[in-house]
Design a binder for this molecule. Sequence first.
Ligand SMILES: Cc1cc2nc3c(=O)[nH]c(=O)nc-3n(C[C@H](O)[C@H](O)[C@H](O)COP(=O)(O)OP(=O)(O)OC[C@H]3O[C@@H](n4cnc5c(N)ncnc54)[C@H](O)[C@@H]3O)c2cc1C
Length: 703
Amino acid sequence: MLARAPVQTDLVLLGAGHAHAEVLRQAAMHPQPGVRLTLIAREADTPYSGMLPGLIRGEYAHAEAHLDCARLAVAAGARLVLDEATRLDLSSRAIGFRERPDIGYDVLSIDVGGQPAAGTGGTPVKPIGRFLARLDVLEARIGKGARIAVIGGGASGVELAIALAVRLARRARILLISAKSAPLAGTPMRVRRAAAQALSSAGIEVYHNVRATHFVDGQLHLTDGTVVAVEEALWATGVHGPGFLAQSGLVCDAAGCVRVAATLQSISHPGVFAAGDCASVDGAPRPKAGVWAVRAGAPLAENLRRAAAGRSLLPWRPQRNALAILGLGGGRAVAWRGELAVAGRLVARWKSRIDRRWMAMYQALRPMPMDPDEARCGGCGGKIGPDALRAALAGLAPAPRGDIPVGLAAADDAAVAIPPPGMAVVQSVDHFRAFVDDPYVFGRIAAAHALSDLHAMGATPWTALAIATVPFMRGRKMQDDLTAMMRGANEILAADGCALVGGHSGEGMEAALGFAVTGLADPAAIWRKSGLRSGDTLILTKPLGTGLVLAAQMRGEARAVWLQAAITSMSRSNAAAVAIMRVHGVTACTDVTGFGLGGHLGEMLRASGLAASIDVAGLPALPGAREIAAAGIESSLAPANRAALDVPQGMDLSLLADPQTSGGLLAGVPDGAACLAALRAAGVDAAVVGHVTPGIPGQLHNR
Ligand SMILES: Cc1cc2nc3c(=O)[nH]c(=O)nc-3n(C[C@H](O)[C@H](O)[C@H](O)COP(=O)(O)OP(=O)(O)OC[C@H]3O[C@@H](n4cnc5c(N)ncnc54)[C@H](O)[C@@H]3O)c2cc1C
């Protein structure tokens, strides 16, 4: 069984905005088992709004004012996808991008911020990352006396204008275009006065009661007919939601922001949540400011956790007012809450402390302390050390063979094998994680299972490449496990004349082993699934029930003798059966694995255009298999296998739908009795399971 909880819910955070920073912090502190968290962010780092003006003024370094998405994601155990979402498909619950494939979700939370309602031309101040890059270019370009217009008399426009005046000092003159009679309309008189004074002492020219419409060829056009020559126009106008939100069908407000209930859940789509500038809370709309996105973080985190667990949601009851602090430059700031306002140097220091404290909370996030042994590398760094690998492979090298000039005996970057003239090369690959604890036994079963595909084609095994994974363990343990696994596998391969010519090994969460196998066959004598003839006897070369026994074993319900019999059967190669069945004129063949006898027989019948009658009561079963089925225990794949069968109602499918590991060969032969007798005489645990009949292709009947 897997040590980690299986993923039951995909919770996707779209946008690394302020509210999502808190969701990630909560996830880092309280991981939710069964929930896979994914963070999708357009930029690798995300700016903290409170520090933006300080960043523009040059008071903060980039790293001080940004949160690193990779660090947040690692701390929260979230997958990080760095790309810009451009589409939302609500019916298939998927997020779309320009190039990469869609990402599905069960629960989606959107915190992508907003965009200024910009006119034509110029530069919108959002996304901030792009704006800051454009600002650097602008700064390098402008000469002394340049004029730059900031459009928007709200808090961000005023702060930006002052910050630019500080940054560009005497090199540029800043113009502020305000649609109202004064900037910061709606704030207390004291705030407006402090702002007007700061704008004036920064030398900023303010245009009142007028809107900008477009910026073309260095000319900014205003609604009163004025045309102002400026080097650049920066739009810091009212925020609207990114277009793809409303286009998706999510119910949005007039500004294209997702309408959410007090729970932050979309009013139209219960699986979708939104917070920050891109959301509009029904009945409690709040200004588009970072402070409200921050406040929404904790209730959003709680409700996402509840939604993922299928629990009822809690309403967010935001305060009526939040403390707002606006930098005035010159080391001063003005703060207000409701009608109360205060300005001065102390306020600026206070703001700086609040901002730094907020950032520190997220910048200090680290993954839970990990045992150094748990922080193991992937990629080539996840390979097993060369000594362990060499030791594990020592003794496996087969005797040199003329047809394999480069194999394990004389290892190189790749193996080289020369097929005999006229022979077809038959290839297959199989891989699975360990389901038995003994690595030696697991190695034997994995090899027998992989070779079975070649046997089912009537091919003779020739070469095998191994891909082995062992969990990290201290000291010699990894080497010992790998040695045992490869020894078991090589015994089965060698017995079938198959040369292990190379492979790859690595560390992983759990042991796993697979093989790419190659066989040789006369092209005219290859067995296919499609050659069955009406009247053929269907012979199976191993009893059924490995899925049932392994399912019981995982629940602690299997008896040791049942497990032992299943292991013996799974470790047995199907090679012995091949030669005998060939003599008896096989018409079609396959090996029975994951889809069970019913599923694989159905494939053969559909390919041959025929049906079959099955002796359900007489199907060969491993010891314990029928008792386990009667107790209601079955493999996790059995329901899907059952659903895929074309059978009459009431037919007992417990063995027919049981997935097999290293199962037997299923073949059609014209003379079943003679073939069965020969197989049994050779020690093969074979049985007749039914007959091929005319009928609806793929259909199974009980005899
Ligand atoms: C110059 C300026 C100064 C400001 N100063 C202040 C201030 O001092 N105080 C204050 O409270 N507010 C201030 N604001 C407002 C503040 O920036 C916003 O209100 C705040 O950033 C909104 O936060 P948010 O979480 O909604 O989104 P954002 O902070 O905008 O974050 C959105 C995130 O989503 C990502 N994203 C966006 N679109 C996509 C997409 N399609 N796919 C993937 N990822 C995407 C972005 O990369 C970003 O990481 C200022 C704004 C400006 C322009």
